[in-house]
Structure formats: C-alpha cells, structure tokens
Design a protein around this ligand. Structure first.
Ligand SMILES: Cc1ncc(COP(=O)(O)O)c(C=O)c1O
Length: 364
C-alpha cells in the first residue's frame, strides 16, 4: 500500500479511539461521502451507483442474489471465469434449478464472442457473467463486446472486474454492465478486507435488491413493509469498517492521480519485459489471448511449486502459485497442474524485472 493509504486508515483509527466510532463517522460524513465520489470518478459512474463491500466475492454474491431467477432460467458464463464465481453459479444451479451454460473459448484464448452471441439467442439467459481479467489465464476478456450483446438482448450483465480495476481504465458506460465487482487489495493497492459493487441505474430502477437487505438498505415502514433506499447503498451492510473505507478512498485517489492510462501503459511495458525474459530462459508463459493482462502465468516443469515460491521469496521477490483446481477448465485444457503467477505493478522498475529473471535463472 502507498503511504497515503496507510495514513488515511491509521488517522481514522486514531480518531475513532479518541473521539468514538459513531461520533467520528458523523463528524466526518463528508470524508465518507468522498469514498463514493472517488469510486464514481474511477468508473465513470455516479456516487449513487457505488456500494462498499468486504471483498469482490462478497459484492458478487450480493449482486447475484438480487437477480430474480425462476426455475429453468439460464446463466451464461465463460470457461475462464473466476473459481468462486463458478462455485457460486453451481450452487445457485443446485438450489434453484437454474441451468448454467458456458460459452466456448476462442482459438486465440478467451471467450468466443460469436459463440456467446449464439448462446444468448438460443438460451435467452437471465444473466450473463464474465471475469474481465481472469486470475489464471493472463488475458483481458472482451468485456465491452459482451456488454453490447447483453444490452441488445436485454440480459442482466454481471462483470467481475477484480483484477482489471486499478490495472486498466475501467469505464462502466463503455462496458454497459449492470453490476461490476472489485476488490481493493490488488492492482488498486488498497487495504485487505475491502471491495466494492457498482450497480447500474437500470438495475436500481428495476428495484433489484440483495436477498438480505438490512437497515442500511431499507427503511422499515410498518410491520409488514419496508422501503428500499434508492441508491446502490441498498447493497451495503449498516455496519462499515470506516478505516477501510478511508483507505479504499485514498487508494482510488492515488490511482486516479497517477492516471489509469499511464498505469496500463507502464504495466504493459513491464509485462512484455517479463514475458520476453521468461521465453529467453526457455520457459513458456501460459497466457493466450488477443489482449494480455498484467498477470503472467508460467509452468516450470520438474519443479516443486512451494519450493520455487520460497526460493523467490528468499530473494525478496513476491509471487504466487496457482493450482489446477483454481481454474479446472483452463488448466485442464493447458494440461498443467500448477503455474507460477507473476503480477508486475506499475511501481516495479525494469531493474526489478531483471532481478526476477536473474533469480529464476539461478534457481532453475
Ligand atoms: C478475477 C477475480 N475475481 C474475484 C476474486 C476474489 O476477490 P476477493 O478475494 O476480494 O473476494 C479474485 C481474487 O483473486 C479474482 O482474481
């Protein structure tokens, strides 16, 4: 996390300790409102379209729970979608008798938009969902093209932008999504335990509400009647971790100050350097797709993943390992059991990339 993010959180916690949690939230209502304003600037939305959540998965579950499914409805998704989303869809299918359909992947990698369109026409899905930047495949999905199809055919569109927000410019007007979910601790460089949900005006006006609305999201008008609040905060809990809200706001402001176009350009340069270096070491990155992301996956045959990660960590290089069960369809096709995941961020230097490549050379 950058210093201003940490400072925003520690100063809030100090104020809570000195003044009282409820009192400081009331006194600093303007600062809290700044969270929604920054979110709106980040996504090209309105502050009323934003809700704070505890994670991307939490935001996703709230959005999913608001779709008025009927038995026999279809949910259309992509093979590369995030593991927890796939599990959530399977669980909705088990409980409500909904049919889960996956669009084919194209030859180049990523969802085949033509097949997705065919399936939209064939199945008339209630919901289409996509992970913008899948965790394991190193690609950027054609989320805008999918958004245009959803609008044309009148399906709800739930976009998981957990790995794209903060890495790339993300504009909900261009994406035409009804819901967009993300987290703060990844490319946005915010705190853990914080995420958000964007809800379109269309979804708000249609009265979509999470399965469990609390006193934040609705007013209890009489014994058998509650009234939903008009904005996206109907998806929030009454109780918020305000220090994290402040950290999240500072993280968005930080990214906006640097500029998302500049961040994306820098990320692309760093990633090209890493991918080229990996190939020069005789390794084959697993990433396929027209547009590659700042998540690089590579197999290292004959190596134990835990030992490899530890050896890099000993050289102060942070990486992660991703296993077949995190992406059963994608890794099944690629026939790999695990991959080393490298996610250069714009703050990394070219020298750090070279250190990584040298370290890999030495270790291997
Ligand atoms: C594409 C994608 N979606 C969703 C998530 C879940 O995010 P969170 O752990 O904040 O719920 C992740 C986490 O890695 C992810 O990569």
């Amino acid at each position: 996390m950058p210093a201003p993010v940490l400072e925003a959180m520690t100063s809030w916690l100090n104020a809570e300790a000195e003044t009282g949690g409820y009192e400081i939230a009331e006194l600093c209502a303007k600062e809290v409102a700044g969270f929604y304003e920054s979110g709106a600037r980040l996504l090209n939305a309105r502050p009323d379209n934003l809700a704070f959540t505890s994670s991307a998965t939490n935001a996703f579950a709230r959005a999913l729970s608001s779709i008025p499914f009927a038995p026999g409805d279809v949910i259309l998704i992509a093979n590369e979608d995030y593991i927890s989303n796939q599990i959530a869809f399977l669980s909705v299918q088990k409980r409500y008798g909904i049919k889960l359909v996956r669009a084919e992947s194209g030859k180049e990698g990523g969802v085949d938009v033509q097949d997705l369109e065919r399936k939209i026409i064939q199945y008339k899905p209630r919901l289409v969902s996509l992970s913008h930047v899948p965790t394991n495949s190193g690609l950027v999905q054609p989320a805008e093209a999918v958004g245009a199809l959803c609008r044309a055919h009148g399906c709800w569109y739930l976009l998981d932008a957990c790995q794209s927000v903060g890495q790339l410019p993300v504009d909900v007007q261009q994406l035409q999504c009804d819901f967009l979910t993300a987290t703060y601790r990844k490319f946005l460089r915010g705190p853990r335990g914080a995420g958000f949900l964007y809800v379109s005006d269309r979804a708000l006006k249609a009265g979509l509400e999470p399965l469990f609305v609390d006193m934040r999201g609705a007013a209890w008008k009489d014994a058998d009647h509650y009234e939903l609040r008009r904005d996206a905060r109907r998806f929030e809990d009454w109780e918020l971790p305000y220090a994290l809200v402040m950290g999240a706001r500072a993280a968005m402001d930080y990214a906006l100050d640097i500029g998302l176009d500049a961040i994306a350009l820098r990320n692309a340069g760093l990633c090209a350097r890493v991918r080229k270096g990996l190939v020069a070491l005789g390794l084959s990155p697993l990433d396929h797709g027209r547009n590659l992301s700042s998540i690089i996956t590579v197999t290292v045959p004959g190596w134990d993943p835990v030992k490899l990660k530890k050896a890099l960590l000993e050289r102060r290089i942070n990486t992660s390992i991703t296993y077949r069960e995190f992406a059963v369809i994608d890794f099944g096709k690629k026939n790999v059991d695990w991959a080393l995941r490298l996610s250069p961020h714009y703050f990394n230097t070219d020298e750090e990339v070279d250190q990584l490549l040298l370290a890999l050379k030495e270790i291997l």
